[in-house]
Design a protein around this ligand. Structure first.
Ligand SMILES: [Zn+2]
Length: 200
């Protein structure tokens, strides 16, 4: 379940500060619960039952987690980690923050998920997803397989380090994209991630 409207109504980054906008983080319990219950009921009326949540914009807070737990959600796909981990009584399945990172030939070891917005996907994006699936076909896994793995402890320090690195790379990528265009900027970022230096 990927939120209710996917409309960002706050500028709160929440407890996984990837973006400074949110559909949930910063809202009170009632507002968050209304959305979660409404979308859960809507999905169930269509015969879709899920106990996995992913917040639009990756932004959620402790209230979101609490409401989700009370409504029998057991998993959130979000956070940076090598393995599924437990935080505030819910299991997190880690992510890659964007398609560019998933396009790297060598991904960091461990479990990662990538969201595909079926409503906004176009031919060009589908082609990129296909290449990613082809490139990593030996290591694709179903949610059932991932859910059967042992859950580790939440590593706040690791996540903080990954977030810092992600924000740094995003700033560099935006700058490089303006100067060189998307393709060349992607190449430079991949190289920077591999070699630890950004070459202009
Ligand atoms: Zn989304």
């Amino acid at each position: 379940m990927h939120g209710y409207s996917h409309v960002y109504v706050t500028e709160d980054a929440g407890i996984f500060p990837l973006n400074r906008f949110s559909e949930f983080a910063g809202l009170d319990v009632k507002a968050q619960e209304d959305k979660i219950v409404r979308v859960k009921e809507k999905l169930e009326s269509k015969g879709i039952k899920s106990n996995i949540f992913m917040a639009p914009g990756h932004s959620f807070d402790d209230i979101t987690i609490d409401v989700l737990r009370r409504h029998h959600f057991e998993y959130i796909t979000d956070g940076f980690s090598k393995k599924p981990y437990c935080r505030s009584g819910i299991t997190f399945i880690p992510i890659v923050p964007n398609i560019r990172e998933a396009e790297r030939k060598v991904l960091s070891a461990g479990i990662i998920t990538l969201v595909v917005h079926t409503d906004t996907t176009n031919e060009a994006l589908l082609e990129r997803y296909k290449i990613i699936c082809e490139m990593h076909k030996e290591s694709l896994a179903s949610y059932e397989e991932i859910m059967s793995l042992a859950v580790s402890e939440y590593d706040a320090e690791y996540e903080k380090w990954k977030l810092k690195n992600h924000h740094r790379m995003t700033r560099l990528y935006r700058m490089a994209k303006k100067i060189f265009g998307r393709k060349k900027a992607q190449y430079k970022i991949r190289r920077a991630q591999r070699e630890g230096v950004f070459l202009l």
